[in-house]
Design a protein around this ligand. Structure first.
Ligand code: NDP
Ligand code: 2IT
Length: 444
């Protein structure tokens, strides 16, 4: 009988119809069995029962008016999961698939990710089922303003500091920040990912993608003596994380041959031309299929799952949860892929993760490999508190150090608990230990 089986049972019972949340909790609890055995006082203190229950969940109405004066109502969420080591911190996702279970899975993962960064950051996540696709700037602005007219009362520089995630980038953070400032008459660091002239940090835009490559570089070197140099790399997604992962892979001497969006993927065997992708996605906000108009030798295929059938050395899923399943994992392994780094949150299904670990693929789980974004958000908060800003190189150097440390801590924890090179177990355990100690010290 597993020590933590009753915790999982309670999670399923108390949170029905939330499969992503169950999935995220199950993976962490599996990794923590041996920690529970070693630390019976934490079982007695209910640390495991408490950590799976958010401290607070806020659900609210977001009414807004479109360009034709039609009224729409969306649903907003902020799940404040754990603040035992710092203010709640985590992104805001705008996507039609958003529901409370998705936000809870993301908020739960964020607790351990933020702990791994070594910075004093608690875990939270939020968002809305609003679909930004096809909306005008005015519609996006009115939505963001309405969102903030409720969210503002729940956040603060020492309480909860949201940021971007899917569908939320610099434009949305700007509109939200402006509304907060109007309501509160206050210029404080209540969001990260801000513009560079109003409190943003250099390198935050690049941080998640760059950090993913720093993490995978040290992991692949240490475990297999491999690097990105001359590696063929497949990256899913073509948003913030995918674009800056591509940029760093190219800088490190690798060749990215594919990118995708929710409609399909492009394959450019000569190597993706990133300037074209940035123009299409960041400036024109169009679909990735546009790429082949500029580069006719590249191909476009509808549907996203097929991207994993392209032969590669390293795969970096950077789009969304459960985008890489068992079949995709089998194909990648059969094609000789030796490294998989999760830029997205929980992109690999549990079956895919098991296959990667069994086959000794260097597997960087999201909460470790994509922690560079939130780590740099932590550095943005630090600069806001000091009313100062560091240079790009200063932030980038700190980011690199943080990613190398995350690898070392996850790798050491894995070894200590008898799971050498299993970075899933290592990241879950290392992230948990710090939070558990804080929760224990602070009493029930
Ligand atoms: P963006 O909105 O910039 O880009 C998202 C990309 O993923 C787009 O190409 C989008 O395609 C694709 N995508 C989104 N949803 C789906 C879906 N349901 N099926 C297939 N493709 C999809 O988001 P980010 O790049 O910021 O985020 C990507 C991932 O990285 C997410 O999992 C996020 O949680 C994670 N992450 C982000 C961090 C950050 O700092 N931004 C930090 C750590 C993790 P389309 O345009 O067609 O929707
Ligand atoms: O999933 C994530 O870590 C993010 N979306 C970034 C969160 C943040 O606060 O920068």
């Amino acid at each position: 009988m597993k020590l933590l089986a009753n915790v999982m049972e309670q999670v399923v019972k108390r949170n029905p119809n939330e499969p992503e949340f169950h999935q995220a909790v199950e993976e962490v609890l599996d990794s923590l069995e041996s920690v529970a055995e070693k630390n019976p006082q934490w079982v007695k203190e209910g640390i495991f029962d408490r950590i799976v229950e958010p401290e607070r969940q806020i659900i609210f109405r977001i009414p807004w008016v479109d360009d034709n004066n039609k009224v729409h109502v969306n649903r907003g969420f902020r799940v404040q999961f754990n603040s035992s080591i710092g203010p709640y911190k985590g992104g805001l996702r705008l996507h039609p698939s958003v529901n409370v279970g998705i936000i809870k899975f993301l908020g739960f993962e964020q607790i351990f990710k933020n702990s791994l960064t070594g910075l004093p950051l608690g875990g939270g996540k939020g968002g809305s089922d609003f679909d930004p696709k096809g909306k005008s700037d005015g519609e996006i602005m009115r939505f963001c303003q309405s969102f903030m007219t409720e969210l503002y009362r729940h956040i603060g520089p020492n309480t909860d500091v949201p940021a971007g995630d899917i569908g939320v980038g610099g434009r949305e953070i700007g509109y939200m920040y402006g509304m907060y400032r109007k309501i509160r008459n206050e210029f404080t660091g209540i969001l990260t990912g801000k513009g560079l002239t109003w409190g943003g940090s250099l390198a935050r835009t690049q941080a998640t993608g760059y950090g993913l490559c720093y993490f995978m570089d040290v992991a692949m070197q240490s475990i297999k003596g491999k690097s990105f140099k001359d590696a063929t790399v497949v990256i899913s997604g073509s948003g913030n994380v995918a674009i800056y992962a591509t940029e760093k892979v190219q800088e490190l001497g690798g060749k990215v041959v594919a990118l995708s969006d929710s409609a399909g993927y492009i394959h450019d065997p000569e190597g993706i031309k990133l300037d074209t992708v940035k123009q299409i996605k960041e400036v024109e906000r169009k679909r990735i299929s546009e790429y082949i108009k500029h580069h006719p030798k590249a191909t476009y295929t509808e549907g996203c799952a097929g991207i994993w059938s392209i032969k590669c050395d390293v795969a970096l899923p950077c789009a969304t949860q459960n985008e890489l399943d068992e079949n995709a994992a089998k194909t990648l392994i059969a094609n000789g892929c030796y490294g998989v780094g999760e830029g997205a949150n929980m992109p690999s299904t549990p079956e895919a993760v098991d296959l990667f670990i069994e086959n000794k693929i260097v597997f960087g789980p999201g909460k470790a490999a994509n922690a560079g974004g939130v780590a740099t958000s932590g550095l943005e908060m630090c600069q806001n508190s000091m009313r100062y800003s560091w240079t790009f190189e200063e932030v980038d150097t700190k980011l690199k150090d943080i990613m190398v440390n995350i690898y070392k801590n996850a790798s050491d924890a894995a070894k200590e608990y008898g799971k050498e090179n299993n970075l899933v177990a290592g990241a879950n355990i290392a992230g948990f230990l710090k939070v558990a100690e804080a929760m224990s010290a602070q009493g029930v």
